[in-house]
Design a protein around this ligand. Sequence first.
Ligand SMILES: [Ca+2]
Ligand SMILES: [Ca+2]
Ligand SMILES: [Ca+2]
Length: 136
Amino acid sequence: MICLLVLAFAYGAVSAPPAVPDLATTLTQAFDRIDTDGSGTAGVSEFLTIFDHYDLDHDGKMTLAEYMSVNKVPKYVAQAVFKPVDADHDDVLQRTEVNNVISAFDTDGDGVVSRAEFVSKYQQIFASLQNNPFGK
Ligand SMILES: [Ca+2]
Ligand SMILES: [Ca+2]
Ligand SMILES: [Ca+2]
């Protein structure tokens, strides 16, 4: 689940993810879309809003098909995103796992994700994507 929302945003917001020159700017803009109350931090409710954006039929599960539909990405990209986080490989991710995402971003452990934490984590994932673009 760690990489899910990160990559969801990466592929949704950026047309050519790993090569974006002003990555920090792009990531800051992506964060500001999550941080809907403008507090400078993103908490559980704000992440759940993002999840619900993908959960088109509101059944508490984000499926591979829903992800592809929202982000308009080909299946191999969606599978690359799901693979690291979909432990049982059923192409479904649970809403209850959003807390794990927060924990993954929240490096200082204050319970919310700051803009700096968000940008830093994204940059790490972009770097790993460049090394291994589609998990091949
Ligand atoms: Ca906020
Ligand atoms: Ca669903
Ligand atoms: Ca934090």
